[in-house]
Design a protein around this ligand. Sequence first.
Ligand code: RM4
Ligand code: MN
Ligand code: MN
Length: 430
Amino acid sequence: MKQLIDQNLLQEHNTKQEAAVTSDYNALAEKLDRSGIKIDTILEQAKQFAVAVPSWGVGTGGTRFARFPGLGEPRNIFEKLDDCSVIQLLSQATPAVSLHIPWDRPKDPNELRQYAEQYGLHFDAMNSNTFQDQIGQEESYKFGSLTHTDKAVREQAIAHNIDVVELGQKLGSKALTVWVGDGSNFPGQQHFKNSFTHYLESIKEVYKSLPDDWNMLLEHKIFEPAFYSTVIQDWGSNYLAAKETGERCMSLVDLGHHAPNVNIEMIVSRLAQFGKLGGFHFNDSKYGDDDLDSGSINPYQLFLIFNELTDIRAQNPAYSPFYMLDQSHNVTDPVESLMYSAAEVQRAFVKSLLVDRKALTQYQEANDPMMAQASLKQAYNLDVEPILQMARLQAGGAIDPVSCYRASGYRAAVAKSRPADPNKTGSGIV
Ligand code: RM4
Ligand code: MN
Ligand code: MN
């Protein structure tokens, strides 16, 4: 398999730390064993864990004020895949890439598929884009897309989504994620019921073109770019739309798309209970913002979300929603952020496996809030880093992905081979 980080460097990096990691791992094994947990079964699950990388995440993001491009930013989808391959090689938790169309539209889908395969990468959910106008596009999305008052605009947005599904089929994807920026900035600007009706009609049209083995994932977002109302503003509207549309239409929870302090783990439970939780976009947020690095602000919330997912899987082991990181890296090297974030999500997952569910249930049944919360904290407070390190080591990744990446000089090398186009603001979200 093609790899862009020197194998000798990677091995040297691991050899230096292997003895320490093994010793930490054995100590943790002993500790977990006292609670009746076999570390090897946790390690195996950690090794199976995968979260997709968003193609657009490897470019530097920005805000509506400015974007400060980084060095050696990828200039096309092939260079984006190069960066994704490094993230996967070192973290061993990100074998799939999620594409955004038209940003990543390939001339030859077959060529793109093969390019990904040489790195052992495949394609996760496809993302359509009707939140900005494209060059040469007939109708404008300024006042909406799938929900626009004008049928011609809606039809254009529907056709785009169908086109993305067709492209995704050629690339081996199995899902379409739909997020629209549609909404309003002024009270009275938009008729709530009519815009939601348009949304439902449009989504149903797209759903008709969905292959049998595909899922459609709907994303809600409380605000931005619309600042007064958003057509699919919360999980309630999302659930209604998914339910109305069909069995393989599901809701997707993007962590950053909620108001501060919203109980997201509870939304997870509700959607799952009614069979409509289809996927996640992981990130973090503090105020009303979107797309900070996963686990950087509230790692306990991330753990509580995985606690719900592990609880769901206890009843339904085959349950596997789509996982993707959806972040905007404005001030870090995106490759570093994505590797670090993938490990943070994996960490939350691993910790959730350590919750003593029998004890938790008993405390819940006995109305013992102190011990119920303590049983969650017992798992959360454990340092599972040796499990993550061992998972990466055994899978051929780096014990410490960020330091190995820094030692490789990858960024400096691409800074030379990818000179920035002075006329382009780059490949970030904004
Ligand atoms: C949106 C939403 C979508 C993502 C775009 C770039 O806020 O999270 O999932 O595709 O950003
Ligand atoms: Mn998202
Ligand atoms: Mn978002």
